[in-house]
Design a binder for this molecule. Sequence first.
Ligand code: PMP
Length: 426
Amino acid sequence: LFSNLPTIPPDEPFSVNAAYQEDTHPKKVNLGIGVYRTSEGNPWPLRVVEDAEKTIYEMKDHGRHEYLSIQGDQVFLRLAADLVFNFDSTTKDRERIASIQTVSGTGANRLGAEFLSRYIHPRPQNVWIPDPTWANHHTIWQLAGTSSSSSTPSIKIKTYPYYDSNTGGFNYNQTMKKLSSEAKENDIIILHACAHNPTGADPSIEQWENIAQLCKERHLIPFFDLAYQGFASGDVDKDGWAIRHFFQAGLEFCVAQSFSKNFGLYGQRVGALHVVTKAPSATITSTGHDKDPGTTEDVLATLCHLVRGEYSMAPRGGAEIVRTVLSNDGLRQKWVEDLRMMSSRILGMRRALFEELVRLGTPGDWTHILRQIGMFTYVGLSENQVAAIRERHHVYMLRSGRISISGLNESNVRRVAMGIDDVVRT
Ligand code: PMP
């Protein structure tokens, strides 16, 4: 029965984490998995999340374990959309957005991929994924829209050259060249809204404006992955800038929103998918209905249909925490303070690693560590050097040389720098 299954390689961040757990060396360092850690190397439930949990518990709401609707918690969804698009209470812009609660950012990516693969007309030929990217984008689009009789994805996966290893930055010229010469009408383009994973290299404002223009001219469908809003810079508006710009440019697109990192709610699976449609017009159709095809209502109904057939609805516990925080001015302020604390610790560790490498005189230019932002940096080690640093120094990172800066702290940063220095020199 099960003899013909494909051989699936282990997921790298989780397998690196498992190897780290098994290592008995007292000074081992885990820079593999993308989770926030304190200066002592421990997980950190945000203070504001603990406050919200207490508030929720004390309310003793007898309905707190009831089913949500298929769409999810609508108050949470409105607050989540307001956070992304920075809407105020009077805006009519909200009518352009169909929002649905998802099983965190992964679930939002997956649902969006399924929706676009199955229902967009004319059907997109390609999905353009940055090279490199969060590895799960490949898995998600590989699975999207496949029928049970075929494992071939209905939309071809192609990549665009995102990273320039010479500068440690976004390869704007090559990306634009590739997309403007090869992307076809209705093709989907995956964009990391901020703090690109794994490189930490983001487009500038001007580059974002030109990407939006390109999407408009060539009728591409942008798909933003928003996993680090507020976590990247400590400022939620700054980190959401690109998405708001695309919205104002009148584009139709998707946003996969995760609350794993910015609320530290990794295992609670809190997220949302927002599908932005063009502005609704009140034309009377030939059937006499005051309704355009392709409006947010239709999009939402289709998304709900997909969710109902998958898992009925997203879990409610974590979303309730986010809703409690975002709907209360005092808690919201506290959240911003927690965000700043996490992002400034990460910035501090970037600087500390850079300074240690400079102090050691490690061959190479390490300034990209300071220029890149967010949780990750492409430190610039080869696959062999990554293997060597694990073997000789018990420092764990992904094969690509991606390190999670939040695994660094005052007690281990020198050790990590010395490890890098050693493997670079040998
Ligand atoms: N997208 C990107 C780019 C990510 O880095 C992550 C987290 N590693 C996610 C999506 C999804 O995370 P989650 O499912 O925990 O929200």
